[in-house]
Design a protein around this ligand. Sequence first.
Ligand code: TYM
Length: 332
Amino acid sequence: MNRIFSGIQPTGNLHLGNYLGAIRNWVAMQRDYDCIFCIVDLHALTQPQVPAELLASTREVTAAYIAAGIDPERCIIFNQSAVPGHAELSWILGCHAPLGWLNRMTQFKEKAGKQRDNAVLGLFAYPVLMAADILLYKATHVPVGEDQKQHLELARDIAGAFNRHYGHDYFPLPEPQILGVAARVMSLRDGTRKMSKSDPSEQSRINLTDDADAIATKIRRAKTDPHPLPDTPEGLAGRPEAENLIGIYAALAGMNEADACRRFQGALFSDFKGALVDLAVAVLGPIGAEMRRLTSELGYIDAILRRGAERAGAIAGVHLDEVRGIVGLLRP
Ligand code: TYM
């Protein structure tokens, strides 16, 4: 059976981009794939974290997975650091990843900014750890938002380099699954920037834990343009805010952009936003409520993570042992 691996960093609030670009697609795929969903806490350490907040966020992301509909019996849910093999494979793969490949990673350039010499090694090596996450389970498909595409191409390149070096077709080349009309959800304040946890403006994103009032306020304040909505997606060209809001509506309603345009052709933003608020509250409200309920049941969350780590660890252990054998590490 094909295997899916994907993950989210436990760094602050999960937002609509994480839901539409990733989690919601995972929910739909869990029936057809053998699924492993990770909370990538080692990746979170590449940026400064407050330890207590990192712990809380790890549990909150777990709660979000379950609240959104991921079945912890069917799928493996665990936190990355609980399976030490991620770090070990990351080292081995790092020895097959030329600096030139890593130097091309745009996310590192954005995050490191002008202070490149002050950026930490972990931030630079981050995509190698991501490749290890996927390859440790020999995952075949990786459902992510559009912003992870370059990292996945690198993971494929590293897998290929390893296979070629050892003359052994060991790792499958993982296929990115960048799905749906909302693979790149943009900021509500600026339709040219990605919706992101690190945006200083709370108004730029809808968090999965926002209540109905917060969702309504953020959508009503979302930036727009002065024109009515067009009748086809072509009419959204050069109108990034309109395109983003129509894309969000379409994704939440499970329709395509053309259908959403047809429904709102000629409408003013004030009317369209009212419909978007109702839809967003109807879809996200129950998820937020279930997340709040689950995060108050720490015993339940921790038991899921513990069981998930055992199941993930069993698969990882077998593969890591094979990799050690392939590269010539002595297993006494
Ligand atoms: P992270 O934690 O930044 O984001 C988690 C997932 O949410 C998607 N996403 C978005 N999708 C659409 N629109 C947006 N505005 C938006 N913002 C975020 C991301 O594409 C991602 O799918 N490096 C990864 C985590 C990771 C991983 C992995 C993923 C580590 N190891 C192995 C897949 C496989 C990251 O930082 O995602």
